[in-house]
Ligand binder design. Structure first.
Ligand code: NI
Ligand code: MN
Length: 254
């Protein structure tokens, strides 16, 4: 996938919509919890690839494909199967500096460290880490830096995957980037619950929202359909409540 169309994408602008951007078709699959797959004509991405031990998981770690894996923070339900999948596929792993150090110690070599507020433009698109209000210790208890959210600029399509976070007012700033799809935790207990996630949609003003990080564990059971109804009544966003394994396609009808 990476060899296709590299010359075209090098001409794209990732920073503002004032300049000409090509819109490409982007398929986003929610695998359950926060695990997300994104496929464009340029790249196959996985975010927070938690499959083993994820009762919701709609795929297994030994079958998913990836060119790039992005990890939002060090908790085991987000690092998930990163090491195994990266070793099998050779995928580039992008995360914060401390998590990248930890992954290198596990034997991963194809890595790129970022940190909050920083982004990097690759041939297939741009990745930027945002703040998130959450912890980030690694599965073995070692230091994992700060938890992050992820902004992806994939041609003209912009996706915000919030990772694990509480509500924060700077979502207003993230929303200035014209988000096409926001993936937001609604589970409560460890992250925003439904009320704060509704406020997050108000601040972000995305075109579409997909809820995540709910129903995986007893303490994060939520009625996502009821939440979706509230969001659609009270904001301009449309909500897609996906079942694990279901997808939405962006960039075709914009
Ligand atoms: Ni977490
Ligand atoms: Mn989590």
């Amino acid at each position: 996938m990476l060899s296709k169309g590299l010359t075209e994408v090098s001409r794209l602008c990732y920073s503002t919509r004032d300049q000409q951007e090509e819109i490409m078709s982007v398929e986003v699959t929610w695998y359950g919890h926060s695990a997300t797959g994104i496929v464009t004509p340029m790249v196959k991405l996985l975010i927070d690839p938690f499959f083993s031990g994820n009762a919701q998981a709609a795929a297994t770690a030994d079958e998913v494909e990836a060119d790039v894996i992005v990890v939002t923070h060090g908790h085991s339900d987000h690092v998930g199967d990163t090491v195994e999948i990266a070793k099998r596929t050779g995928a580039l792993v992008v995360s914060n500096f401390e998590i990248i150090n930890w992954l290198q110690a596990k034997g991963l070599e194809n890595v790129h460290p970022l940190h909050i507020g920083g982004g990097k433009s690759f041939e297939w698109g741009r990745v930027k880490l945002t703040i998130a209000q959450h912890g980030s210790s690694m599965p073995d208890g070692s230091y994992g830096g700060l938890a992050a959210g992820v902004l992806l600029y994939l041609g003209g399509v912009r996706i915000y995957h919030a990772g694990d976070t509480g509500l924060f007012y700077d979502m207003k700033l993230i929303g200035k980037d014209d988000i096409d799809l926001a993936m937001l935790p609604i589970g409560d207990n460890f992250t925003m619950g439904p009320d704060d996630a509704l406020s997050a949609v108000d601040l972000l003003e995305p075109k579409m929202v997909v809820p995540m990080h709910f129903d995986t564990f007893d303490v994060i059971q939520q009625d996502a359909a009821e939440w979706a109804g509230r969001v659609e009544r009270e904001t301009r966003a449309t909500v897609q409540v996906l079942q694990p394994g279901e997808s939405v396609t962006l960039g075709e009808d914009d």
